[in-house]
Design a protein around this ligand. Structure first.
Ligand SMILES: Cc1cc2nc3c(=O)[nH]c(=O)nc-3n(C[C@H](O)[C@H](O)[C@H](O)COP(=O)(O)OP(=O)(O)OC[C@H]3O[C@@H](n4cnc5c(N)ncnc54)[C@H](O)[C@@H]3O)c2cc1C
Ligand SMILES: [Zn+2]
Ligand SMILES: [Zn+2]
Ligand SMILES: [Zn+2]
Length: 788
C-alpha cells in the first residue's frame, strides 16, 4: 500500500549519500535538516521539494513533511496532501474515489494516488506564444489548459505561481535525458486528436488519459462505432491505425506499439513507449484529419494536453517525432507543396539529381524539395509520367499505362486524390464471362472453375514450401502438372467450356504477372503476398494518374529530353552525363529508370554496379502487357453488360488466351462509349509487329463474337499501345523469373556507397509492379537520402 511508507521510522534524507554532483550548499542542507526533507527517490535532484497539490491548509508547501511523493524531479506532493485524498475520512477522498471509478472503467493502468495527482492535480504548463518570449509558464492548478488557450497564451494572461528564476531552472531540467528517466508516470494526453480513432483501445495503452475520453470505455470497445462516424469528413480510405486484433493492412500502425524503425530512431522510448505513442498517434491522427495542409510542431503542440512539466518535454519531443514522420513520408506527403522547408538543415542533402520523371522519381523529388533539398530531375522523354501516360483523344481519359488502383485503404494514391479533391470510380465485383458465339457463362461454371484454379495455386503453394531457390520451376509448368494430376486422381472430366474458363483464369494470371507463365517463378510469383497488402476498394482513376503526377511535378526543376548516358560516381561529386553531352554534378543521385533499361546497361556506371546488384537485376523479369482502347458511336454493350465495369472474354483456345481477356467500360453508367482491353502473355509478341489497325481488326473480330446476336459498330477512334517498343520503358512491370526471389527487389533498392540510390516499381519488394509501389519507393529513397 502506498501509505505504508510514512509509518516507517523516518530516515533523514540528508544522511543519504548524494548521488548527484556535490554542491557547496550541502553544509547548509545539514543544518536545516530538521526544517527540510529531501525527496527519497534515488537520483532526485530536488533538495527542497515543494508540494504542488496544496490541497488543504496542513499542506507542507515548501516546508517539512514526513514524506515526499515524487512524480518528477520538479514535481512532488507532501504526505499531508497524500492523506487528504487517500484517507477515507478526509475531504479529498470523494474526489479521488470518483476519479478512480472513471479511471478503472476506462483504463487499464493502476488508479494510484500518484496517477490521480498527475492526471488531476498537477498544474498545467503553457508556452508564451509571443515569438520574442516563448517562456514556459505554470498555470494555477484550477486552470485547465485547452488547445485554444495554448494556441494564444501570452505571459501575464493567467496568474502564475512562482518566480521566474525558479521556473526557468525547472524547465531547463526537463530537457535532460536524465529528467525523463526520473519521471514516474508517462504522459497520458487528454482530448487527443487521436482519440476518435482509438476508441476501441484502453486509452492508457495508446498514450491517452482514461479520465478524459468521452465515449470511450468498455461498452465502446467492441468497435461498433467506426472512426468514420466519429471523425466527420474523414476519407473512408484513411485507416492509419490497426484496430485491436486486426492485422495485415498495408501502411497501418499499431497505436500501442512502436514499429522497428521507430525503435531504431528513438531507442530511449523502448522501455516505456507511452510518450512516443502519445505523440505519434496524435500526429498521425491530426494529419489524417487534415491532409491538405502542412502539419507543423506549432500546430500539434496545443493539442498536447497533459498536466505537469512533462508537457514541456512532450512539446520538445514533438519536433523530432514530427520530423521523423515527415522524413519517412508518413505525414506531410502526397501532392503537398510547401513554402518553407519541412526539415531542419541537418536533414538536407546538399543537392540531388533524380533520373527519371515517372511516379518514383517525381515522388522522391517532391519529398526532397519539400524537405529543403535542392533537386534536379533529368527525364529522357519530352513528357513526364513514364509508364503513366494518359490519352484524352477518345472523349474520356484512358491510361495507356496505369489507370487502376488495387486497394485504396492507406494507399498514397487515395491520399493524393483526397488532397486534390479527385473522386475515383470504385470498380464493382461483377465481371460476366462472355463466350465467342455470344453466350454468357453460367455463374455456377464460372465459380467452380475459379475454385479449381485457386486450388491449383494452393497445391503449388504447398509444393514450394520446402523448395529452395535452386529447386524452383516455371509457374506454367507447375500449374500444368498439378492440373494433370488433379484430373487423373479425381477422375473429373471438365467440359470444353470449363476448360476454356480455366484458360480465362490463366490469362488473368499472365496479366497480373505481365508475362507468360513459363518464365515466372512458381516459388516466388506472389512473393509480396507475404507482406501486408493494400486492402479495400479497387478503383479506376477516371481522370488518370497523370493528374496526380502533374501536381507532384509542379514547381520541380525537371529537364525533359535529357537522356542520361553515364554516371561517374568514382569521386566525391557524382558526374552525370546526358546523351547530348551536357553534364550535371551532385552529391547524391537517384536512379529510377525501368528495370529492363538497367538490365540492358543503357546507362554506363563508373565504377560498374556491384555484382550482387547486377545478379538481382537479372533475376527479375521485365513484364509486358499492351492496351487497346476503342471509341464507339454508341454503347452497343449496355444491354448485355448491364452497367458492370467490365466483362471477361472466354478464350476459344489456349493459344488465343492473351488476346483481349477482359474489357473495361471506361464510363460505366455514363454516356461515353469507350472500351479498353489488354493484350497479355503469348499475345504480346504476336501483336508486336502488327500495325495498329490490324490489332484493332483482331479486337473487333472478338467483340463481334462476344456480341454475336447484335450489330457491333465500327470504332470511331482507337489506339493500341506499344510499350515493348518504347525506348524509355520497354516493359510494363516486373515479375520474379524462375529461380529468382523477392529479395532481389531489396537488393536492387540498396544504395551504392551512399551516393547512388535506386527507386522504381522494381525496387519495391512489398509493393512491386504498381504506381503505388513506385511512388512509395521514391518516398523511401528521399527518406534514406535525408537520414542524418
Ligand atoms: C500498360 C500498363 C498498364 C499498367 N497498369 C497499371 C495499373 O493499372 N495500376 C498500377 O498501379 N500500375 C500499372 N502499371 C505499372 C505502372 O505504370 C508502373 O509500375 C509505374 O508507373 C512505374 O513507375 P516508375 O517510376 O518505377 O517508372 P517509370 O514510370 O517508367 O519512370 C521512369 C522514367 O525514367 C525515364 N528514363 C528512362 N531512361 C532514362 C534515361 N536514360 N535518362 C533519363 N530518364 C530516363 C523514363 O522516360 C521514365 O519517365 C501499368 C503499366 C503498363 C505499362
Ligand atoms: Zn501538500
Ligand atoms: Zn523527487
Ligand atoms: Zn511571454
Amino acid at each position: 500500500r502506498q501509505g505504508e511508507a510514512n509509518q516507517q521510522p523516518s530516515t533523514w534524507a540528508g544522511t543519504r549519500p548524494c548521488k548527484r554532483k556535490a554542491t557547496d550548499t550541502e553544509e547548509e542542507d545539514e543544518q536545516s535538516e530538521k526544517k527540510y526533507r529531501k525527496c527519497e527517490k534515488a537520483g532526485c535532484s530536488a533538495t527542497y521539494p515543494v508540494c504542488f497539490a496544496s490541497s488543504n491548509e496542513r499542506c507542507a508547501k515548501n516546508g517539512y513533511t514526513s514524506r515526499w511523493y515524487h512524480l518528477s524531479c520538479g514535481e512532488h506532493f507532501c504526505n499531508e496532501c497524500f492523506d487528504h485524498y487517500y484517507r477515507s475520512h478526509k475531504d479529498g477522498y470523494e474526489t479521488y474515489a470518483s476519479w478512480k471509478k472513471v479511471w478503472t472503467s476506462n483504463g487499464k493502468s493502476e488508479p494510484s494516488l500518484k496517477a490521480f495527482m498527475a492526471d488531476q492535480q498537477l498544474p498545467f504548463w503553457v508556452q508564451c506564444t509571443k515569438p520574442a518570449c516563448r517562456k514556459w509558464r505554470q498555470l494555477t492548478k484550477e486552470i485547465a489548459l485547452t488547445p485554444t488557450m495554448a494556441m494564444s497564451y501570452r505571459c501575464g494572461f493567467v496568474l502564475i505561481l512562482f518566480c521566474c528564476a525558479y521556473l526557468v531552472s525547472r524547465v531547463a531540467e526537463v530537457i535532460d535525458s536524465w529528467w525523463h528517466s526520473m519521471l514516474i508516470l508517462p504522459p497520458l494526453l487528454k482530448d487527443s486528436p487521436a482519440s476518435p480513432f482509438l476508441a476501441a483501445y484502453y486509452p492508457d495503452c495508446v498514450g491517452m488519459s482514461p479520465s478524459s475520453c468521452p465515449g470511450s470505455g468498455a461498452e465502446l470497445r467492441d468497435g461498433s462505432l467506426g472512426c468514420l462516424e466519429r471523425v466527420p469528413g474523414l476519407s473512408p480510405y484513411f485507416q492509419p491505425f490497426y484496430q485491436p486484433n486486426e492485422c495485415g493492412k498495408a501502411l497501418c500502425v499499431r497505436p500501442d506499439m512502436m514499429e522497428l524503425d521507430e525503435l531504431y530512431e528513438f531507442p530511449e522510448f523502448s522501455r516505456d513507449p507511452t510518450m512516443y505513442l502519445a505523440l505519434r498517434n496524435l500526429i498521425l491522427a491530426a494529419w489524417h484529419r487534415d491532409c491538405k495542409e502542412v502539419l507543423t510542431p506549432q500546430k500539434c503542440a496545443p493539442h498536447i494536453v497533459v498536466r505537469g512539466l512533462v508537457r514541456v518535454r512532450c512539446v520538445q519531443e514533438m519536433d523530432r517525432v514530427l520530423h521523423f514522420m515527415t522524413r519517412k513520408g508518413l505525414i506531410n506527403t502526397g501532392v503537398l507543396a510547401v513554402s518553407r522547408p519541412l526539415l531542419p538543415e541537418r536533414y538536407r542533402s546538399k543537392n540531388v539529381i533524380v533520373i527519371g520523371a515517372g511516379a518514383s522519381g517525381l515522388a522522391a523529388a517532391r519529398q526532397l524539395q519539400n524537405f529543403g533539398t535542392q533537386v534536379v530531375v533529368l527525364e529522357a522523354r519530352e513528357r513526364i509520367g513514364g509508364r503513366v501516360w494518359d490519352d484524352a483523344s477518345l472523349g474520356v481519359t484512358v491510361g495507356q499505362g496505369a489507370q487502376i488502383v488495387n486497394g485504396c485503404v492507406n494507399n498514397p494514391i487515395a491520399l493524393m486524390c483526397e488532397q486534390m479533391g479527385i473522386k475515383m470510380h470504385k470498380l464493382g465485383e461483377r465481371c460476366d464471362l462472355f463466350q465467342e458465339g455470344g453466350h454468357m457463362t453460367d455463374t455456377a461454371i464460372d465459380k467452380r472453375m475459379e475454385f479449381h484454379f485457386n486450388a491449383i495455386l494452393d497445391v503449388v503453394a504447398e509444393w514450394r514450401k520446402d523448395k529452395t531457390q535452386n529447386q524452383d520451376a516455371p509457374l506454367g509448368e507447375k500449374v500444368k502438372e498439378v492440373y494433370k494430376n488433379f484430373l487423373q486422381e479425381s477422375g473429373i472430366q471438365f467440359s470444353e467450356l470449363e476448360e476454356k474458363v480455366m484458360q480465362f483464369h490463366l490469362s488473368n494470371l499472365e496479366y497480373a504477372c505481365g508475362s507468360t507463365l513459363d518464365q515466372v517463378s512458381a516459388r516466388s510469383w506472389d512473393h509480396n503476398e507475404f507482406f501486408a497488402q493494400f486492402s479495400g476498394d479497387h478503383t479506376l482513376l477516371t481522370r488518370g494518374y497523370s493528374a496526380l503526377l502533374l501536381r507532384l511535378a509542379q514547381g520541380l526543376d525537371i529537364r525533359t529530353k535529357c537522356a542520361v548516358q553515364s554516371i561517374d560516381y568514382s569521386g566525391d561529386v557524382i558526374k552525370v552525363t546526358s546523351s547530348k553531352g551536357s553534364q550535371w554534378t551532385a552529391h547524391k543521385v537517384l536512379v529510377t529508370v525501368p528495370l529492363t533499361l538497367l538490365q540492358k546497361n543503357l546507362i554506363q556506371f563508373y565504377p560498374p554496379l556491384p555484382e550482387r546488384k547486377l545478379k538481382a537485376l537479372n533475376s527479375l523479369g521485365a513484364g509486358i502487357i499492351e492496351k487497346i482502347a476503342l471509341q464507339f458511336p454508341y454503347r452497343f454493350w449496355d444491354k448485355k453488360v448491364q452497367g458492370a465495369d467490365y466483362f471477361g472474354h472466354v478464350p476459344p483456345s489456349p493459344d488465343q488466351r492473351g488476346m483481349f481477356g477482359v474489357f473495361y467500360d471506361l464510363d460505366p453508367q455514363g454516356k461515353q462509349s469507350v472500351l479498353m482491353s489488354v493484350i497479355t502473355g503469348d499475345a504480346v509478341p504476336f501483336v508486336r509487329d502488327m500495325g495498329e489497325s490490324e490489332v484493332v481488326c483482331e479486337c473487333m473480330k472478338v467483340l463481334r463474337q462476344l456480341f454475336k446476336e447484335q450489330e457491333v459498330p465500327e470504332p470511331l477512334n482507337y489506339f493500341v499501345t506499344q510499350w515493348s517498343k518504347d525506348v524509355w520503358s520497354q516493359m510494363s512491370y516486373s515479375f520474379v523469373k524462375t529461380g529468382g526471389s523477392g529479395e532481389a527487389y531489396d537488393i536492387i533498392a540498396e544504395d551504392v556507397q551512399g551516393k547512388l540510390f535506386f527507386a522504381g516499381e522494381a525496387t519495391n519488394r512489398h509493393f512491386p509492379q504498381t504506381v503505388t509501389g513506385a511512388y512509395l519507393s521514391g518516398v523511401r529513397e528521399a527518406s534514406k537520402m535525408s537520414a542524418v
